[in-house]
Each structure stands twice: as structure tokens, then as C-alpha cells.
Ligand binder design. Structure first.
Ligand code: AMP
Length: 281
């Protein structure tokens, strides 16, 4: 496995593979890799000739009061996970390498980033779209693999690729959870033992909501009231949002009639965690 830090080296490696007629998969990540990331790598390794993983904590997707500085980082651990999964290339650039002097160009969405996480993180998806576009341009993957865990991000990337005629396929991969249900996340490491226990309210409420919808509940208000009340039973939890939106446009709906995304962000202490489920009628 090769580890490169410059755009030039990354481009050269990809060119060598492309010249040999090999397909390339990309798993973009912010590092501190866990089994959720590993599942994307597994999917990529099984479908592609060569797999690149980017490890880059992207400053432009963090707001001024968010956790950019404290975001966990452990490159040696990330290297070990990538090796284990049979990854061929790690691209680990510095912030200077990605956003040099006088950086001035951003990719933004019109409405897809307005609801859900976009409301409390207004510049987040601009940063995500920008860095992902840069990674796509640098690494020119034939397929890129993203987790359903960040469902709004996945919908946004799919839209961006379609709207801007980008030459690749976006593959969505299911949420990987801890044995007790908590969705795996690099941010789970912020939780104290007491908060880790309290964090189960997210997955418990997701499973509860999913069951209600599967058993026929179609009224969004009824569903959301039940889900919110359930979260409020946990004293350490503070709701950022619980919403039901159209699975593609990410706009709020009143009734569950087509494909919907039921998504939540909940603070457990100071840690903001997200979870969701998709439902197709
Ligand atoms: P991050 O490093 O948090 O930016 O995540 C990188 C990629 O891994 C994104 O596409 C995430 O959606 C995906 N991912 C993170 N956690 C999980 C999980 N628990 N299950 C599946 N995919 C995940």
C-alpha cells in the first residue's frame, strides 16, 4: 500500500493505474477509521481493481465553533485498517496542499443542504461538496463509496455528480452499528461512559420509528411526536432535529408516501450525533 501526501504524487499513481486499464474506487474519509469506513473499503475492494482512501480532516466543512481542532486523528491506526482491507493508496494531504494561498473556489447546492444538518451547520455542505469535488478531480475514481450514515451528504453528492456531469458512479453503503445499536462514528470517542450509554437513545428511537412506519404509520406529525417524546426520556439528550424529508430532494413532507429519509441529530452532552433510516413505500 502506498501513502502519498501531495496531489502530484496521487495523480501520478492514478495515471499509472488508468494507463494499465485498471478501475479505481475512492473512499473519502476524515480518518480515525472504524468498521463503518472499513465496510466502504470492503465494498470498494470487491468492485474495483484499485482502491484509494483519502484521509483528510477538511477544515472548510467545520463551522467556527465546531470540533475541527479536537476532531480525533490517528494516522498509524488508519494505515493499519487500510492495510487490513487491502487498500492500495492512502491520500493524506495537508490543509496547505488542498487549500493553498488565495484559495477562492467553492461548490454550493441550491436547496438540498437547507434542511436537516444544513440548518445548524450552514457552511457544512459547501465544504463537503468542495472537498469531494477536489478529491474527484485529483483521484478521478470510477466509483466513490459513501455511507448511508451521512444520508444527507450521500443525497447531496449524488445530486452534485448528476448536476455537474461528473464522470463517476456514487455507491451508497449501509450504516454499520455497534452491537448495541449505536451507529459507529469517529465522534463516539468523545462520549464519557455515561454518555455512551445515553447515546443509545438515538438508535433505539430510529428502530422505534422504523417499526412504526413499517407497521403502517403514514402521518409524519404522529411519527415525529412519538420519536421526539422517546428522545426526551433521556436526560443527557438534547434534540437538534428529528425530521422526515423526501429521500431525494431532502424537503420536508407531511405524509409518508414515497421514498423518505427519517433523520435526526441529537446532542449527548456536547457531542452531536446523527442517525437515520430510509423507507421506500
Ligand atoms: P467521515 O470520516 O466521518 O467523513 O466518514 C467517511 C465516510 O464513512 C462517509 O461516507 C460516511 O458516511 C461513512 N461512514 C461513517 N460512519 C459510518 C457507519 N457507521 N456506517 C457506514 N458508513 C459510515
Amino acid at each position: 500500500m502506498k501513502i502519498v501526501t501531495t496531489i502530484q504524487e496521487a495523480k501520478e499513481q492514478i495515471k499509472e493505474w488508468k494507463d494499465q486499464g485498471l478501475s479505481v474506487g475512492l473512499v473519502p474519509s476524515m480518518g480515525y477509521l472504524h468498521e463503518g469506513h472499513a465496510s466502504l473499503m470492503k465494498a470498494a475492494v470487491s468492485q474495483m481493481d484499485k482502491v484509494a482512501v483519502s484521509v483528510f480532516v477538511n477544515p472548510t466543512q467545520f463551522g467556527p465553533n465546531e470540533d475541527y481542532d479536537s476532531y480525533p486523528r490517528d494516522l498509524d491506526h488508519d494505515i493499519a485498517i487500510c492495510e487490513e482491507q487491502g487498500v492500495d493508496l492512502i491520500f493524506h494531504p495537508s490543509v496547505e496542499e488542498m487549500y493553498g494561498k488565495n484559495y477562492n473556489t467553492y461548490v454550493t447546492m441550491e436547496t438540498l443542504g437547507d434542511e436537516l444538518c444544513g440548518k445548524s451547520r450552514p457552511i457544512h455542505f459547501r465544504g463537503v461538496c468542495t472537498v469531494v469535488t477536489k478529491l474527484f478531480n485529483i483521484l478521478t475514481p470510477d466509483k466513490a463509496f459513501f455511507g448511508q450514515k451521512d444520508a444527507q451528504q450521500l443525497a447531496i453528492i449524488k445530486r452534485m455528480v448528476k448536476d455537474l456531469n461528473m464522470n463517476l458512479e456514487v455507491v451508497g453503503c449501509p450504516i454499520i452499528r455497534e452491537e448495541d445499536g449505536l451507529a459507529k462514528s469517529s465522534r463516539n470517542t468523545y462520549l464519557s461512559p455515561e454518555e455512551r450509554q445515553a447515546a443509545l437513545i438515538l438508535s433505539k428511537t430510529i428502530f422505534m420509528g422504523q417499526k412504526m412506519v413499517e407497521e403502517g404509520e403514514r402521518d409524519v406529525k404522529t411519527l415525529l411526536d412519538a420519536m421526539k417524546s422517546n428522545i426526551e426520556t433521556e436526560p443527557l439528550a438534547r434534540i437538534d432535529y428529528v425530521e422526515v424529508v423526501d429521500g431525494e430532494t431532502m424537503q420536508k413532507v407531511d405524509r409518508i408516501e414515497e421514498s423518505v429519509l427519517v433523520a435526526m441529530a441529537v446532542y449527548i452532552g456536547n457531542t452531536r450525533l446523527i442517525d437515520n433510516f430510509m423507507y421506500e413505500c
